[in-house]
Design a protein around this ligand. Structure first.
Ligand code: GLC
Length: 779
């Protein structure tokens, strides 16, 4: 069963049936204003900070889950019938009412056809203004004159989302206004802390409401507001639940089209509202803002485009996967229908990973994010778990070691290395950044301290202490003495990256000492962690083995196996064996489980859910990368296809979640809802799926000395092409696979000239370069 399809030329996902199993959402705004919108126009918004500056309301865990939203109702004044341009909230019978929703890059378009009236609206956030535009067009296709009303409805919330439940306060604070056609919403917290928003329409409204109860009416809902039935009443009461609603009456001759825009924005109605109205009352300006938005995404994604024999991979890699990466990069884990506002901070490890997939599109923004993260590091090398984009933290003492995660700080090393390899900006390594608890050091020093912190915090077997957790937030290995095998493998990888960065800076001695330390880590892992068929997960309290065949539950975990080849710690027989056992014990048609069998005694999650044996998606691409490192392109691609959301487009009744976005987890086989994907958008899966596809399957990888071409593809592919921008030069890369191998660059020509090796040295800025590659076994 399918509910929609990918319109690749428009870069839109088209939802033809609005009654999707769960809400399929999109994001509006990638600077300061963020709006979340479902395929039924439900959803909320905030300005900069999802905890302290919320604007449109989200009703937590309600039914339907996406209420309220950005609602536009059309009423036929003659028949008194009414409907909404999005299918919900009125929810007309789908036999007579037709609806389409197109989620695009930074916008969503809705159109409905009912009773001879075609209506559309596009919802988007202009690139440079903190507001959202609802651009409406209504066409009379009925062949007779029609008397219609348009009602708009937006429900405000109380700004500070963690107070939303405190109704004895919240219900007595709103100060709505209506002046010169603009609705204002003002809340006074103190003379220096006041919040303002506004909404207007570009036509003159007949009436308005600023009070939710007046618009909706008692014992009603957004599906049947009293105001739509009887007309808005110009309600303007202080306190209660504020909203912005307009009524606009108009007449449409047969074939006639009317357009109107509504704008909802942040700032005082009398100043900002008026200014923005001056701008957008001209429909050409609305159109221009929409075009700027489209160009923004087009330019951003032009730096990597591919054409392969696999339409899923093309579609995801050229559009939807990098789009999800950008959403995660900007809004981290604080805005979705699951992460509804309990936190506004950037998760340290999450953000370090998120930025790794957008560096080629946005090097400057990535650098800013890196500095923000580096400033969240203590002098000891450890890092905070969350940083806030709006509240700058002052000097903070490092908390008890046991409350820190064992991995947060180490991600910095991978993130900075990725930035330097992509941009060639080695000066960044020598720029100074402050530590959270005072003093400063160069970026390179920060990274050395990150490694040092883990090197200094080892357990009984010489493995990294697991502390509060490692990548797996829910793993309980013991805060004082627990040891994490995964963190140890991660340290091995991080030391390797540090050696490369030392080389970039020409520090040979340091490079050698990092490589030496790396060898020690390799030995520690190999001597202590091989269980016979795979690597164990850790030592609980430094004693009990976790992730062993001998254990009754959680015998095998994905994280350590998937990092063994990825990190280069072992790429020979053991590596193949542990990855074969991942295939055997953890892989299913929907992806790779995090562990097997699930725990039935200690986990807060039932078997098959979340970190207790779901197909936790984030580490799945690590396994893809590892298979590529091992040269097993067919298996890598089997994993890629299973996880890829678009694979399931036509069988979406199982997956349920959006077919254009990766989820945090898919319910595991030990649960009756096996295959249902949950928690879309904010997940490291996006970033790693993108890195796996672009850098490992397609094999176009930024490295220290240039752009490496190292594909690992399904044998049956004849070839593919990639257009890539790298350090400000362009590369048109055509890869042929005449011998039908998975891996192995036989010939690489640049601009007609054959080259040694498979690393393209950076070419002059602005140049266009033709790269021809032939894969094969031998030269
Ligand atoms: C969530 C967290 C992430 C963590 C993962 C595994 O996705 O955001 O930080 O690594 O769960 O526990």
């Amino acid at each position: 069963m399918r509910y929609g399809y990918f319109d690749e030329s428009m870069r839109e996902y088209v939802i033809e049936r609005p009654d999707t199993p769960v809400s399929w959402i999109n994001y509006l705004g990638f600077k300061d204003y963020c709006g979340i919108i479902s395929n039924n126009a439900g959803g909320y918004s905030f300005h900069k900070d999802s905890v302290r500056n919320r604007l449109l309301r989200m009703r937590f865990n309600s039914i339907p889950m996406d209420r309220p939203g950005r609602y536009l109702y059309i009423k036929d004044r003659e028949s008194e019938d009414y409907w909404s341009i999005s299918w919900q909230p009125v929810g007309k019978e789908l036999k007579e009412y037709r609806n389409e929703c197109r989620h695009g890059l930074g916008y969503s378009k809705f159109s409905s056809q009912y009773a001879g009236i075609q209506a559309k609206f596009v919802n988007f956030v202009p690139v440079d203004d903190p507001c959202e535009i609802w651009d409406v067009e209504i066409r009379n296709e009925s062949g007779k004159k029609r008397e219609l009303s348009l009602f708009s409805y937006a429900e405000f919330c109380f700004w500070k989302v963690d107070q939303e439940f405190n109704l004895q306060y919240v219900l007595y604070t709103a100060r709505p206004s209506y002046e010169d056609g603009i609705i204002g919403y003002h809340t006074f917290f103190s003379p220096i802390d006041q919040r303002h928003a506004y909404m207007f329409m570009t036509e003159t409204p007949l009436a308005f409401d600023t009070n939710r109860e007046s618009f909706i009416g008692p014992y009603r809902s957004e599906s049947n507001p009293v105001a739509v039935e009887k007309g808005c009443t110009n309600s303007l009461k202080s306190g209660w639940n504020p909203c912005a609603a307009f009524q606009w009456d108009f007449v449409l001759e047969p074939g006639e089209v009317r357009k109107v825009s509504l704008v909802l924005g942040i700032g005082p109605a009398a100043s900002e509202g008026k200014k923005i109205r001056e701008k957008y009352r001209n429909p050409e300006k609305v159109k221009a803002a929409f075009n700027v938005l489209n160009d923004f995404w087009k330019n951003r994604f032009s730096v990597f485009q591919c054409k392969t024999p696999d339409s899923n991979l093309d579609n995801m890699t050229n559009t939807w996967n990098p789009y999800q990466c950008n959403v995660s990069f900007h809004w981290s884990r604080f805005a979705s229908f699951i992460e509804v506002g309990g936190r506004e901070g950037l998760g340290f490890r999450d953000s370090s990973q998120d930025m790794m997939s957008v560096i080629h599109q946005a090097p400057e923004e990535s650098k800013v994010r890196l500095v923000e993260l580096l400033e969240g590091q203590y002098k000891s090398g450890a890092a905070v778990h969350t940083i806030s984009p709006t509240l700058r933290i002052g000097e903070e003492r490092q908390p008890e070691k046991e409350t820190l995660c064992s991995d947060d700080h180490l991600w910095l090393i991978l993130a900075v290395a990725a930035y330097v390899f992509e941009t060639g900006d080695k000066d960044f390594l020598l720029s100074e950044v402050r530590y959270l608890d005072g003093g400063k050091g160069t970026v390179y020093e920060h990274l050395k301290m990150a490694a040092r912190f883990t090197l200094d915090n080892k357990g009984r077997h010489g493995l990294a202490l697991s502390l509060a957790a490692d990548w797996n937030d829910c793993i309980e290995l013991g805060r004082k003495e627990g040891e994490s095998v995964w963190t140890s493998i991660f340290l091995f990888k991080a030391l390797g990256e540090l050696a490369l960065l030392a080389e970039v800076l020409g520090r040979e001695d340091e490079k050698m000492s990092f490589l030496k330390l790396q060898e020690t880590e390799r030995k520690i892992v190999e001597e202590n962690c091989w269980d016979g068929k795979w690597y164990i997960r850790g030592f609980r309290n430094g004693k009990d083995v976790v992730g062993s065949e001998k254990n009754p539950a959680c015998k095998i975990y994905l994280e350590p196996q998937s990092w063994i080849p990825l990190s280069g710690l072992n790429t020979s027989e053991r590596a193949k064996e542990c990855m074969d056992n991942v295939y055997k014990y953890l892989f299913t048609e929907y992806g790779i489980h995090l562990l097997y069998p699930s725990d039935t005694k200690e986990s807060p999650f039932p078997p098959g859910m979340k970190e207790n044996g779901a197909i936790f998606c984030h580490p799945n691409p690590w396994a893809i990368i590892s298979e590529c490192v091992l040269g097993r392109g067919d298996r890598a691609f089997e994993y890629y296809t299973a996880l890829c959301p678009s694979t399931w487009n036509d069988k979406i009744e199982v997956r349920e979640a959006e077919p254009y976005v990766y989820c945090q987890s898919i319910i595991g086989r030990e649960h009756e809802d096996f295959g249902k994907a949950r928690h879309p958008w904010g997940t490291g899966t996006g970033t790693w799926a993108y890195i796996a596809a672009t850098q490992y399957i397609l094999g176009i990888r930024p490295v220290k000395d240039g752009l490496q071409v190292d594909p690992c593809i399904p044998q049956q592919w004849d070839g593919y092409s990639v257009r890539r921008k790298f350090r400000n030069a362009w590369y048109e890369i055509v890869i042929r696979n005449p011998e039908h191998v998975c891996k192995g660059v036989m010939v690489l020509k640049m601009n007609g000239r054959e080259q040694e090796g498979n690393v393209i040295p950076p070419q002059k800025e602005g140049t266009e370069n033709k790269i021809e590659v032939i894969l094969g076994n031998q030269k």
